[in-house]
Ligand binder design. Structure first.
Ligand SMILES: C[S@@+](CC[C@H](N)C(=O)[O-])C[C@H]1O[C@@H](n2cnc3c(N)ncnc32)[C@H](O)[C@@H]1O
Length: 220
């Protein structure tokens, strides 16, 4: 039996165990290996930036329930963490645009990203006082921020906000800083790869895979 879930990575195995399924029959590596690889990348990059005493804030664009935001906050406890999300799911026009462009078959039908809130995210953060939550439509919510950044995770899934995120954050990256972008290798969100390709016409960039099978990183 195959159960497809990402957000249920902890709760679904527990439900199966409670139902009497033997623990050794439950294999969750298909999800845990890529998730773990991304976290290890973040931890090691965080160590290196700390050793180099790299300045700058950190940010995530596309937060949902805050699972990766928690890791960023843990790895960078002293840095201001900007969190950008509508907290009400995809913008309908943006999702429909990726659907019409042929980037994503499902983007305009996805409603589960609505199932979140700022409180759900804040409750997960080990250092919530370092978080600045920017609720609403990105890039409008980024207006007025003139920080430099040493690490940004872009996980908006769609063409427009990924391109807007690169245009906003890349010029603000400190030397050695990095933008991690999820879903580059995910054919269900083809807008991500296209946005990075189009951004590459504006700046000379070298997107590099990080080994999780989904993400690329761009350094400054
Ligand atoms: C895949 S989820 C993020 C997952 C999260 N990074 C994690 O690791 O758990 C994508 C999120 O991007 C947000 N999003 C997409 N386009 C947006 C936009 N233009 N402005 C604000 N949020 C946006 C959606 O609301 C959704 O919560």
């Amino acid at each position: 039996m195959i159960i497809a879930t990402l957000t249920g990575i902890e709760s679904v195995p527990q439900q199966l165990i409670d139902l009497g399924v033997d623990r050794y029959k439950i294999n969750i590596e298909y999800v845990t290996v890529p998730v773990r690889a991304r976290i290890v990348f973040l931890e090691k990059l965080g160590e290196m930036l700390k050793e180099r005493k790299t300045e700058g804030s950190v940010a995530e664009g596309g937060v949902f329930q805050g699972d990766f935001a928690r890791e960023i906050n843990r790895v960078f406890p002293d840095k201001t963490l900007y969190l950008f999300d509508t907290f009400t799911g995809f913008d309908k026009k943006e999702a429909a645009k990726d659907n019409i462009s042929g980037f994503s078959e499902f983007a305009d039908k996805i409603s589960y990203f609505e199932m979140t809130s700022e409180d759900i995210v804040k409750a997960k953060l080990p250092y919530p006082n370092k978080a600045v939550i920017k609720k609403g439509f990105f890039p409008q919510t980024a207006q007025g921020i003139d920080d430099r950044f040493c690490f940004v995770n872009l996980d908006f899934d769609l063409y427009d906000p990924i391109l807007a995120g690169l245009r906003f954050f890349y010029p603000k990256l400190v030397e050695g800083g990095a933008i991690l972008i999820h879903d580059y290798f995910n054919p269900e969100y083809g807008g991500v790869k296209s946005a990075i390709a189009d951004f590459g016409k504006e700046y000379k960039i070298n997107p590099t895979p990080i080994g999780d099978g989904f993400s690329v990183v761009i350094y400054r």
